[in-house]
Ligand binder design. Structure first.
Ligand code: GDP
Ligand code: MG
Length: 484
């Protein structure tokens, strides 16, 4: 037998939306498969080719690589209705996934009642209302007495007539428990997502049809990936969400419902760790996050979170901010809160893809980055949005701000305390680097970037202790500089 293939794991090191999708897409040549091991359609990975841009929620980030196999591993949860819609969307853009997309039979199904539960109870921690949390709860719950709670794709497809009524029963139950079909129900009046799910028969039929429609992607052999890698295929595992959102070690409770750590690839990806080769970490040069929770390097700490949370996080949208502020003036403000708003607006895409909610903005936090690289054994670091660093030269700040340490109750520390109480008392220790004034977005070679940009790269590497292998200098596929 020939030599076995190798496995690479790619993870986000901050709070999500670091541009993991585009890094995966860039690094894929040389791999035979791209696999997911955690999360569900709460991911949103942007990939583009020419003028086609897609935000992927279900499909792995390898859609543009025609010969690459796409795999959704056991660790994931899926919503068949969303998946079918997404497949249609990418196919309408000329991308075919037929014959190369496989889903483990062990993935748990996100039921319509999970969506309702998440919409009612998940908003306070900033959930995307995709039903991910409740689906993972039911996976861990397994069953209540004889009532099956964890409905997996493989189970459903092997006996659809048995499972269809269970989907209906769960939906009826949550509607009844919360009196949602009462015309006076405030919840139903207020929340469109809930209203859409009240017609039980229609909703359950659609769920059923869509689940049957994805049978062609069902991977029946749990050893498929292992066999392929054993036979010489290299696989790239792409993490969903990010380390700051890991459900065990992240900022509980403002986290996602699965393990985002690099090691999770070998529990949720259906491959033994034996084939592990290296770990790729992705960060972005100006940070952002959605949801509540401590954010040490945030611009306008406190004020920014309150602003974000107004109207359950729905009060401020991209359109409203554009109408309200002139970012070119705002960026010159003395108040960091306004600098944060200006950076969000000038970076263009720091708004939720579907919700349009603004993201909270912050400086690059090297304490977090170092800790997350260390705890995940990151071998290669990639930093996106490097082009955005030149926005700082338009502020009144003395230079590019980088958080190099934390101060907790007057003492300097170099780690993130795991107590949320302590973490919210932490103050950032900031060092300013010389501004990068020149636009970097058209440059493609490391030799051609300015000495200030090189200096920033070196500074980050030294503080984090991990080498930077590439930087993103714009959203387009080709706007990327590999550093040899
Ligand atoms: P993911 O969830 O980590 O895959 O990241 P997303 O796709 O949700 O968000 C990243 C956003 O930043 C997308 O809109 C990208 O187009 C954009 N982006 C990624 N890299 C860069 C970069 O280097 N520069 C700029 N300006 N935008 C980038
Ligand atoms: Mg995203």
């Amino acid at each position: 037998m020939g030599e076995a293939g190798k496995s690479t794991v790619g993870i986000g090191l901050q709070y999500g939306d670091e541009g993991k999708g585009r890094v995966t897409d860039t690094l894929l040549p040389g791999y035979g498969a791209v696999g997911q091991f955690n999360g569900g359609p709460n991911r949103g990975h942007t990939v583009n080719e020419g003028n086609i841009e897609v935000k992927l929620h279900h499909l792995p980030s390898g859609i543009f690589h025609k010969n690459i196999l796409l795999y959704t591993g056991s660790g994931c949860v899926i919503n068949p209705v969303k998946l079918v819609a997404e497949v249609k969307e990418v196919e309408s853009k000329g991308v075919s996934i037929d014959g190369r997309f496989f889903i483990s039979g062990n993935v748990s199904l996100i039921r319509p009642d999970h969506l309702i539960f998440d919409e009612i109870y998940g908003r306070d921690i900033g959930s995307t209302s995709n039903g991910i949390g409740p689906a993972y709860v039911d996976r861990a719950m397994r069953a209540v007495g004889k009532e099956i709670k964890n409905i997996r794709l493989g189970d459903y497809l092997s006996n659809p007539d048995k499972f269809k009524p269970i989907i209906a029963m769960n939906l009826e139950k949550i509607i009844w428990e919360h009196d949602l079909d009462n015309p006076e129900s405030e919840l139903a009046k207020e929340r469109e997502l809930i209203r859409q799910l009240l017609d039980v028969e229609k909703v359950v039929n659609k769920f059923h049809e869509n689940t049957l429609a994805i049978e062609k992607y069902l991977c029946k052999d749990p050893m498929m990936i292992t066999n392929l890698v054993e036979g010489g295929m290299n696989i790239f595992f792409e993490g969903s969400q990010s380390i700051g959102l890991d459900c065990t070690t992240g900022m509980v409770p403002y986290v996602t419902s699965s393990n985002t750590l690099a090691g999770a690839a070998y529990s949720g990806g259906d491959l033994p760790p034996e084939y592990h080769h290296k770990i790729i970490g992705v960060a972005k040069a100006i940070m952002s996050r959605v949801g509540h929770g401590p954010f040490v390097s945030e611009f306008g700490v406190g004020k920014s979170e309150e602003y974000w949370a107004e109207g359950l996080g729905r009060a401020h949208t991209k359109e409203k901010e554009l109408a309200q502020w002139n970012p070119n003036e705002l960026i010159k403000s003395d108040d960091p809160f306004y600098i944060g708003i200006a950076l969000r607006m000038l970076q263009g895409d720091e708004y939720g893809a579907t919700t349009k909610k603004p993201r909270r903005m912050g400086m690059l936090d090297l304490v977090m980055l170092r800790q997350n690289c260390k705890l995940n054994g990151v071998d290669e670091l990639y930093i996106n949005k490097f082009d955005c660093l030149n926005l700082y030269s338009r502020t009144k700040l003395p230079g590019i701000p980088m958080v190099i340490a934390y101060e907790l109750d007057g003492k300097q520390i170099d780690y993130m305390p795991s107590s949320m109480e302590e973490l919210s008392r932490v103050k950032p220790v900031i060092e300013y680097l010389p501004f990068i004034k020149k636009d970097i977005s058209e440059i493609r070679k490391y030799e051609n970037i300015s000495s200030e940009a090189k200096n920033a790269i070196k500074f980050i590497e030294e503080h984090v202790g991990t080498r930077i292998y590439g930087i993103g200098v714009g959203p387009k596929r080709e706007q990327f500089i590999m550093i040899k």
